[in-house]
Write a protein that binds this ligand. Structure first.
Ligand SMILES: Nc1nc2c(ncn2[C@@H]2O[C@H](COP(=O)(O)OP(=O)(O)O)[C@@H](O)[C@H]2O)c(=O)[nH]1
Ligand SMILES: [Mg+2]
Length: 370
């Protein structure tokens, strides 16, 4: 019997960081853990970072778990069967950040069809407090709820566990207020506050995963047209860039410059940044990884490169609420800005950019199993 832990939550909430932190904590308790990253596109920045920290990682690409259910099952099987001498006993999986309705389309079908071989943990929705507060401010101003805000609220509504991450980014008073409010607004969920980055209170999340699934018997109404409209507001863009320079370049500074320029553009354009991230990898495998989760903010350095280099391969994954063509141009301009600032040159493959299609889950099971 294996344990499958489903994680969901908006773009940039910290799902990948949470997978790494919890997998390491479980490994320290003697578990064998594998993780699965998931994305609408291929060439995932996340997978490189996770691979550098954990032994066993796989990815489901080209669509979310609900629309690629069989791929998810096959990936879990491959991880369990192919994992060395000691079999994996826990698989943690991160859904696409613009996905919702996972209780009906992933959790319930897994329990129903594979319940004899796996225990499915409570569905855990990871949130970034600042993102929550940004959506909430719009509501307080009396603005009609945007489709993106609707999607965010659905992710909270279906949560068995609301994992309030990044507690290091807000004051303890604000955190306490937020937790009280979430507990009142979402009575079916256990609300846990922690910081995946520092590791603070991650153990409480593990305890919640052994607890009840408050939404197990609840049928949620999801307006698929609004859900699809929210997804269709986001442009997804992946690009491969080859970087070269005559003098060694600080790869971390180059990546920071790209994301800072992209964030400034998004702020001017009024475009919501879901998550823009990149890896800059030298030929010897040394790499930097950086993220941006809000327009006009300082990019986060998730991993700094060890030393400067004269060539590197860059993978960019950007998810921003704008048109795909606009995002392509904005990334190209941001790369040019970074090249000019750091004395580098680059050549890029054509960007792969698109808007996710209408979500069409393979399964959609009601609580009764009908
Ligand atoms: N300050 C802070 N940043 C975090 C924390 N957890 C994640 N992040 C950062 O948030 C960004 C997005 O994290 P990621 O795990 O990739 O989010 P995902 O898109 O939900 O998988 C990265 O720059 C992380 O380093 C946290 O606990 N505190
Ligand atoms: Mg992720």
């Amino acid at each position: 019997m294996i344990t499958f832990v489903p994680l969901t939550g908006f773009l940039g909430a910290g799902k990948t960081t949470t997978m790494i932190a919890t997998a390491q904590a479980l490994q320290a308790r003697g578990h064998r853990v594998a993780v699965i990253t998931n994305d609408q596109g291929a060439e995932l920045v996340d997978t490189a970072l996770v691979r550098s920290k954990l032994d066993s990682v796989a990815e489901v690409t080209g669509g979310c778990f609900c629309c690629r259910f069989e791929d998810l099952v096959g990936t879990i099987r491959a991880l369990v069967d192919g994992a060395g001498d000691v079999p994996v006993d826990t698989v943690i999986a991160e859904a696409v950040g613009s996905c919702t309705d996972l209780q009906a389309t992933v959790v319930r079908p897994l329990r129903s069809h594979y319940g004899e071989s796996m225990v499915v943990s409570p569905l855990t929705t990871v949130i970034d407090p600042l993102r929550y507060l940004a959506f909430d401010r719009a509501a307080q101003r009396g603005e009609p709820e945007s489709d993106l805000s609707y999607l965010f609220r659905q992710q909270l509504t279906e949560a068995d566990v609301i994992a309030v991450n990044k507690l290091d980014t807000i004051s303890p008073e604000r955190a306490a207020e937020l937790m009280t409010r979430l507990t009142a607004d979402y009575p079916n969920a256990a609300v846990i506050g922690y910081s995946a980055k520092s590791g603070d209170r991650v153990a409480e999340l593990l305890t919640a995963w052994d607890g009840p699934s408050g939404n197990r018997a609840v049928d949620l109404q999801v307006d698929y047209d609004r859900y699809a409209a929210a997804e269709a507001q986001l442009a997804w863009m992946n690009q491969d860039v080859q970087l070269s320079a005559d003098e060694p370049v600080d790869l971390t500074a180059w990546g920071r410059q790209v994301l800072a320029a992209l964030g400034s553009w998004a702020q001017c354009a009024g475009a919501v940044v879901g998550h823009a991230k990149l890896t800059v990898e030298a030929a010897d495998g040394d790499f930097a990884k950086l993220s941006l989760t809000a327009a006009g903010t300082e990019p986060t350095i998730d991993r700094a490169a060890g030393k400067p280099a004269t060539s590197a391969r860059v993978i960019v994954n950007a998810r921003v609420a704008c048109e795909p063509g606009e995002l392509d141009t904005a990334v190209r301009d941001a790369v040019s800005t970074a090249n000019a600032a750091l004395g580098a040159r680059s050549s890029s493959t054509a960007p792969v950019s698109f808007k996710p299609g209408y979500p069409r889950p393979v399964h959609r099971l009601a609580a009764t199993g009908a």
